[in-house]
Design a protein around this ligand. Structure first.
Ligand code: APR
Length: 227
């Protein structure tokens, strides 16, 4: 069975109604990263940071996976599939994909501020100041903020090395180390980059760029790959 490694970004969830970060209507047009998505922000104004992620979580409860997520789940009928996602939503899970590695954390989880191993599922509920882990420390979003280490990057790089086929979907490839993962894919492996505003990646060998929305392009591409 061939292995397909898939790197996804905010663009795959755009058609579900979740805003991307860097498009013209993106979240980073409305919020400043340094106010809501860094450890400094958390120390300065934890209420604002919790509120930002509470809003994201509430919205996530109201949206559904789209045709792109479902197409990727379907690939598992014929391939060994690993999804490496920069997204903190749970739409790949809800579409039925089974092997998903979250690089930047998960909205539906919170964790202790004194012990990284204490991670709790909270679903779509708010988390507020004064809510503590079992060791008595404030709970924080289970999110990798700018400037923080990306604990899953090593397993992600190892997985990418095993790719017979690589799909890169809906990401501006601006944020490292995630954007560097493509470099780990075997040179000969066919690579597909699906994004209406695909970044310049011409130097990759065996690369096909599909400048279309994920919800349109993926059902077609998946059908072709399954033939
Ligand atoms: N289908 C496919 N791609 C789309 C669609 C769509 N329907 N709509 C938008 N896109 C593309 C945009 O063209 C853009 O290239 O999705 C990409 C989104 O880019 P970003 O907003 O930069 O999101 P992403 O690359 O996932 O950001 C990486 O940055 O802020 C952090 O932690 C956050 O994980 C995130 C990381």
């Amino acid at each position: 069975m061939k292995t397909i490694i898939i790197l996804t970004g905010a663009g795959i969830s755009a058609e579900s109604g979740i805003r991307t970060f860097r498009d013209s209507d993106g979240l980073w047009e409305e919020y400043r990263i340094e106010d809501v998505a860094t450890f400094d922000a958390w120390q300065r104004n934890p209420r604002l940071v919790l509120d930002f992620y509470n809003q994201r979580r509430r919205q996530l409860a109201t949206v559904q996976p789209n045709a792109g997520h479902f197409a990727l789940a379907q690939l598992e009928e014929k391939f060994k599939v690993h999804i490496i996602t920069q997204n903190v939503d749970d739409l790949h899970e809800r579409a039925g994909s089974s092997r998903i590695l979250h690089l930047h954390g998960e909205l539906t989880k919170v964790r202790s501020t004194v012990d990284d191993r204490l991670i709790y599922d909270i679903g779509y509920k708010d988390v507020n100041l004064g809510e503590h882990c079992e060791k008595g420390s404030q709970l924080r979003p289970h999110i990798v903020w700018f400037g923080e280490a990306v604990p899953n990057i090593e397993p992600a790089a190892k997985l990418t090395e095993t790719a017979d086929i690589l799909l890169v979907i809906g990401t501006s490839l601006n944020v490292y180390p995630a954007a560097g993962l493509i470099n780990y894919a075997p040179r000969h492996a066919p690579k597909y980059y699906i994004d209406p505003n695909a970044a310049n990646v011409q130097h990759f060998h065996n690369l096909t760029v599909i400048k279309e929305k994920a919800g349109i392009a993926l059902p077609k591409l998946v059908q072709d790959l399954m033939k």
